[in-house]
Design a protein around this ligand. Structure first.
Ligand code: ADP
Length: 355
């Protein structure tokens, strides 16, 4: 049983060393009020002996602020994580298992439905991040993790067709355009039926998170599977995300599903960094804009969600051609309206993340 008042107070407690709270990490297994006592149970997985003590202190402190609560019983049950290659139990999962050493920031690129350009954004934002960081003398600090099991298109878009090597039980990302890439597409073969893939998501992503040797990264971009169902929710719970970007098209249907996407991140306390609108318009030869799918959808959804409209990317045949040839727009056509839009968004996002 979990009491709502206690839950709100527990949401203020951050996991030591993380910007996320203990509720969104799924560590609270019970929270009840008995008379004037709060009784809270936490279940976590860590090898660090200081964490349970720190958490107990922080939780007691947060509960002591609540009116009517005079004492708190905080029980912390700890499981020591197993090493790589051994089975990991879902119900005792703590953030410790998913922490990616050496990776400073992780952002997710999400969409309410497929086909809106989510992977195109993930790829181009990663390339734009690398460009901007390289200009600051920090090249090769960007990773791209393709978790879109329904259509892992990142390898094609990034022009990578090799299979990743395994060294010391760890997958080594493949690299192109200075970006380190790992994709479900490297691991699934074309004959794996899509219906089998849903239940595989959690397991595979956990393996991804734990078993990819990313090295030192300033930023890791995660291309999520489209949609806002349970699989996506458990996935965003698993990854220690610092923020999310939602991609939409101007159509009202796309905008409606976008709202559900934003709610998903709200549930797990992952900050929404902004909304990006794709296929916003087609540029006529005379430079005027033709708003084929309607106008203002992204802006009004961003207002609704109280987030920023990060930018608008036009319909551009070069994007489709570049995807097929494995050359992202930011690399092949950096000065096009789309190439510029990706770079402006990336700059804004790096600022928001403090990079
Ligand atoms: P999602 O990841 O949302 O399923 P993709 O990024 O795979 O979508 O894009 C779907 C298709 O649309 C791809 O073929 C891609 O090249 C194309 N595409 C995406 N954005 C644009 C755009 N702005 N202009 C033209 N084609 C685009």
């Amino acid at each position: 049983m979990i009491d709502d008042t206690l839950l709100s107070a527990l949401k203020q407690v951050k996991y030591p060393g993380f910007s996320r709270d203990i509720v969104s990490f799924g560590l609270v297994s019970g929270a009840t009020i008995e008379g004037n006592r709060a009784v809270v149970a936490l279940a976590l997985s860590t090898a660090d002996e200081r964490i349970p003590r720190l958490l107990k202190q922080d939780v007691e402190q947060a509960l002591s602020q609540l009116p009517g609560i005079e004492a708190a019983d905080v029980h912390v049950s700890v499981t020591v994580p197993k090493t790589h290659g051994q089975a990991q139990k879902r119900d005792v999962q703590g953030p410790e298992q998913q922490r990616l050493p050496g990776v400073k920031k992780i952002i997710a690129v999400a969409s309410g439905k497929g086909g809106v350009g989510k992977s195109t954004f993930a790829v181009n934002l990663a390339c734009a991040f690398d460009k901007l960081l390289s200009e600051q003398g920090r090249p090769r600090q960007v990773g791209l993790m393709d978790c879109d099991i329904y259509g892992p298109s990142v390898p094609l878009m990034m022009g990578i067709s090799a299979r990743p090597e395994v060294r010391d039980n760890m997958l080594t990302p493949l690299e192109n355009f200075g970006i380190r890439v790992m994709s479900m597409g490297f691991l699934l073969d074309d004959t794996t039926p899509v219906v089998w893939r849903g239940p595989m998501i959690m397991k595979t992503i956990q393996q991804f998170a734990a078993n990819v040797d990313w090295g030192e990264l300033d930023i890791l971009v995660v291309d999520l599977p489209p949609g806002t169902g349970d699989a996506q929710l458990s996935l965003v719970q698993t990854l220690p995300l610092d923020g999310a970007v939602i991609v939409t098209t101007p159509q009202s249907v796309a905008v409606n599903v976008t709202r559900r996407g934003a709610m998903m991140f709200g549930k797990v306390n992952v900050p929404l960094l902004g909304l990006a609108e794709n296929m916003s318009y087609l540029e006529n030869p005379d430079g005027t804009k033709n708003f084929v799918f309607g106008q203002g959808g992204g802006a009004s959804a961003a207002r609704d969600l109280e987030t920023e409209l990060l930018g608008q990317v036009p319909l551009d045949p070069a994007i489709g051609q570049g995807s097929d040839r494995g050359i992202p727009s930011v690399i092949g056509h950096p000065d096009s309206a789309a190439g510029q839009a990706f770079q402006t968004m990336a700059k804004n996002l790096l600022q928001k993340l403090g990079l």
